[in-house]
Design a binder for this molecule. Structure first.
Ligand code: PMT
Length: 221
């Protein structure tokens, strides 16, 4: 039996991967399926929370009893997260957000011209949503959780990222072409701004989600 330890709380979760359009048919994207974020949403609802799930391009079915806000790009994700987190007790950023977007969106399909070298794609920076919600804390005592997708020097990069982003907890998971993305399982170390380290062994994404909520509940008062 799950404890309703999030009863009366509003939690905002981002899930999936943003897509940054180049033209009406192409985009820059990533391999996130949304499974980790959706597992966070299901487990938070089971613990009694009111849940807003900001879902970027996920093909997964809406979890029961969860308010789902579909988005496409990083800028749309930012708008939706900022709006939903105004009265949130906790914000968990599990979405894989594009750091850059194409500087120009071509209104018509980009055509290949014979005998011409391909044009380079110029990128511009997207805002860092996790750093922004961490700096603003729309509500006093709001607990902010980030994820870090790393391919090497996982823990050292995670510690540095936790500092840089200014969140309370950072879930560091290792990713690769066939690792974590799209899989039913994950393993991670959850780093706390207070210096704590919680290792979560390889297992279902729900198990990692439950550990995250346990750590969030400890920090809510
Ligand atoms: O969806 P699945 O297939 O289940 O895969 C799950 C996952 C691998 C996507 C997930 O567990 C995960 O690691 N999500 C974070 C991926 C990511 O974008 O990591 P990052 O290290 O690039 O970003 C760090 C943090 O900053 C993240 O919380 C991210 O949401 C946030 N961010 C990043 C860039 C940006 N412009 N704004 C942000 O808020």
């Amino acid at each position: 039996v799950t404890e309703p330890d999030l009863k009366g709380r509003h939690v905002v979760i981002s899930a999936g991967g943003t897509r940054e359009p180049l033209d009406p048919v192409r985009f820059l994207g990533n391999r996130s399926s949304g499974k980790q974020g959706y597992a966070l949403a299901r487990t938070a609802a089971a613990r009694g929370a009111r849940v807003t799930l900001i879902a970027a391009n996920s093909a997964l079915p809406d979890p029961a009893g969860v308010d789902v806000v579909p988005v496409g790009t990083a800028l749309q994700l930012r708008e939706a997260v900022l709006e939903a987190s105004a009265d949130a007790d906790a914000v968990v950023m599990a979405a894989a957000v594009a750091d850059f977007r194409p500087a120009v969106y071509a209104a018509g399909k980009i055509k290949k011209k014979d005998d011409q070298e391909p044009e380079p794609i110029t990128l511009v920076r997207n805002p860092d949503i996790l750093a922004e919600v961490s700096a603003e804390r729309a509500r006093p005592g709001q607990v902010i959780v980030g994820f870090a997708a790393e391919t090497d020097d996982v823990l050292a990069n995670g510690r540095a990222k936790l500092k840089r982003k200014g969140c309370d907890l950072l879930v560091v998971n290792e990713v690769g072409e066939s690792r974590t993305f799209g899989s039913e399982e994950n393993e991670a170390v959850v780093l706390g701004a207070d210096g704590s380290e919680t290792a979560v062994p390889h297992g279902p994404k729900e198990a990692l989600a439950e550990t995250v909520w346990g750590l969030v509940v400890e920090r809510l008062h």
